[in-house]
Design a binder for this molecule. Structure first.
Ligand code: SIN
Length: 577
């Protein structure tokens, strides 16, 4: 664990970009507009902090909108936070931070009630009026609240967007965040960003603020096939790394077991078939109709996600098949239409009718369990920089996130961050010192190249050989751009595609470095050459920082950390306001 002073120095690496041509001032800038970002913004604004939300697409376009299954919380009769904690720890395979999980499960139920008070409408029972709860993988109880059947994220997003507008919070849409602004002491001073398209602000600008909350979502686009939208290019993790922050657990990429199979070469965002479909009784079967998860785990199709994904991959390997099937014909048309309208429509749009035929499914990249390392208040190792939601590594997910814990984590930790900012007087930093860019920009085509390399070498099944090949190919991409830059001083033209490709390469290199280093199988990290979990050697986190060498190449240094010592550096002195 680095000292705050060392972390604050940053890496000196920035994306090549024109100088900001416009600027806004705020107390807090929130980057991202999913459940975490909008909750943080609402709570900061309610605490009297002048808040700006910047988001890469439209306010309602983040990953949250795509969440189907729901939000897990101990709301049902007989359920307790303790039982939710137990299920979360089991799924996390020995790497959860117990204190972070305890906060999640104890503060979660009230956070959901506050979400409902903000306007989110969950499905309720016609008879009792109580919230309806379903089950998903790894949960021993029905504890997943859902909305619109399988449109939970869309409903949460609708309610929060409306609340943000009603609160009059300033928003900047279609804005790709570029880099953190830092003062001479390395403290956060805002962000630079690029606004794409028309609007009040255009081109590269800056939002000056002593507190920045990263809520940028995931990095699923680092793989060819993912459930993540195209905006999930790891921008927040890459920004944090360039700013000198620590990231952790990046090797733990969760592959969702049941993604609609659209062919072996399908690329980009793929339709999810929620685990809630299995929660309501769908069966996973092979081409012969055999339920291969029965007997493989006590929870069969509802085993934790990594176990089901591995079960599917194993069966596919044994049978030389490209996919398995999810059979829910027994639901009948009525239940499909009422309970899973989104999935039904997506399947039918691709020529599959789940009412009359089994759905072809295969695993695809879904969720980054790791991310920018934070303490229990969402503070990163860079003073004034916070992170919540998928971009963060709070310690809640360990080696494998329990289904539907992510919306809850976004809610709970966003609220904790807002409380921290409300308790703390922002330090009033200057406008931030511009840092010259050092690393080269990747050409736009590098995006697909990174995706191909990662899918071949660092997907569900990994080995030293596959990871070494991936690492070498990624280094070649980096070196090619670096030598072009060094030979004639040129780099790819700055723009959304080249910034995104550069961010994807950055997070891919770190992910592969960590995956290569972790010589065991744990949670969603599956090494064919080290098939067992090795608690003696590996019940620890890999904490990664970037550093720039004299030759300006990017160097990834990994540090084993047995636990998460707290990251303590308030924005200024703690002070009640
Ligand atoms: C799903 O509905 O299966 C996804 C839920 C999640 O990823 O938590």
């Amino acid at each position: 664990m680095s000292t705050p002073g060392a972390a604050a120095a940053g890496t000196g690496i920035r994306l090549h970009a024109p100088a900001p041509g416009w600027a806004l001032d705020a107390d807090v800038v929130v980057v991202g507009s999913g459940v975490a970002g909008l909750t943080a913004a609402l709570r900061c604004a309610a605490a009297g902090r002048s808040t700006v939300v910047v988001t890469k697409a439209r306010l309602d376009d983040g990953s949250t909108r795509w969440a189907q299954g729901g939000i897990a919380a101990a709301l049902g009769e007989g359920d307790t936070p303790e039982q939710h904690l137990d299920d979360t720890l089991v799924a996390g395979a020995g790497l959860c931070d117990g204190e972070a999980v305890r906060l999640l499960v104890t503060e979660g139920p009230d956070a959901v009630r506050r979400l409902i008070a903000s306007g989110a409408r969950f499905d309720t029972s016609a008879e009792t009026g109580e919230i309806e709860l379903t089950r998903e993988g790894g949960h021993h109880r029905r504890r997943i609240a859902h909305a619109g059947g399988d449109a939970t994220g869309a409903e949460i997003s609708r309610a929060l967007v409306e609340a943000v507008h009603a609160a009059g919070i300033r928003t900047v849409e279609n804005a790709l965040v570029l880099d953190l602004l830092q003062d001479a002491e390395g403290r956060t001073a805002g962000v630079t960003l690029h606004v794409m398209g028309e609007g009040q602000h255009d081109g590269v600008g800056a939002v000056h603020a002593p507190a920045v909350i990263l809520a940028t979502g995931g990095m699923g686009q680092v793989f060819s096939a993912t459930t993540n939208p195209s905006v999930s290019t790891g921008d927040g993790v890459a920004l944090a790394l360039r700013a000198g922050a620590e990231v952790s657990d990046l090797e733990f990429v969760q592959f969702h077991p049941t993604v609609l199979f659209l062919g072996p070469d399908a690329e980009g965002q793929q339709p999810l078939v929620s685990e809630a479909v299995r929660g309501e009784g769908a069966h996973l079967v092979d081409a012969d109709g055999v339920r291969f998860m029965v007997g493989a785990h006590e929870l069969a199709e509802l085993a934790p996600r990594d176990i089901v994904a591995k079960g599917i991959m194993r069966r596919m390997q044994e049978q030389g098949a490209q996919h398995m099937y999810l059979d829910a014909r027994h639901f009948g048309a009525g239940m499909w239409e009422q309970r899973f309208p989104t999935i039904l429509a997506a399947c039918r749009a691709h020529g599959i009718d789940p009412v009359t035929e089994p759905i072809p499914v295969a695993p695809a990249a879904h969720y980054a369990s790791g991310g920018v390392r934070t303490d229990l208040h969402g503070r990163t190792t860079v003073p004034g920089l916070y992170a919540c939601g998928e971009v963060a590594c709070t310690g809640v997910h360990g080696a494998n996130r329990l289904a539907s814990n992510s919306l809850l984590e976004g809610l709970v930790f966003a609220e904790r961050i807002a409380e921290d900012i409300a308790r703390t007087r922002p330090a009033g930093t200057g406008p931030g010192i511009p840092v010259p860019s050092t690393g080269p920009l990747q050409p736009a085509e590098a995006r697909q190249e990174v995706q191909r390399i990662m899918t071949e070498g660092a997907g569900v099944l990994r080995s030293a050989a596959s990871l070494r090949r991936a690492a070498a190919a990624l280094e070649d991409l980096y070196a090619a751009a670096l030598s072009a830059q060094e030979a004639d001083g040129k780099t790819a033209v700055p723009g959304t595609e080249t910034w995104e490709a550069t961010n994807l390469l950055c997070v891919a290199r770190v992910l592969v470095a960590a995956a290569l280093r972790r010589e065991e199988t744990r949670g969603c990290h599956w090494r064919e050459d080290f098939p067992d979990r090795d608690d003696a050697a590996w019940r620890r986190h890999l904490v990664v920082r970037l550093s720039a060498t004299e030759k300006r190449a990017l160097v990834v240094t990994t540090t084993d950390s047995a636990d998460f010592p707290s990251v303590q550096h308030p924005l200024s002195q703690e002070q009640s306001t």
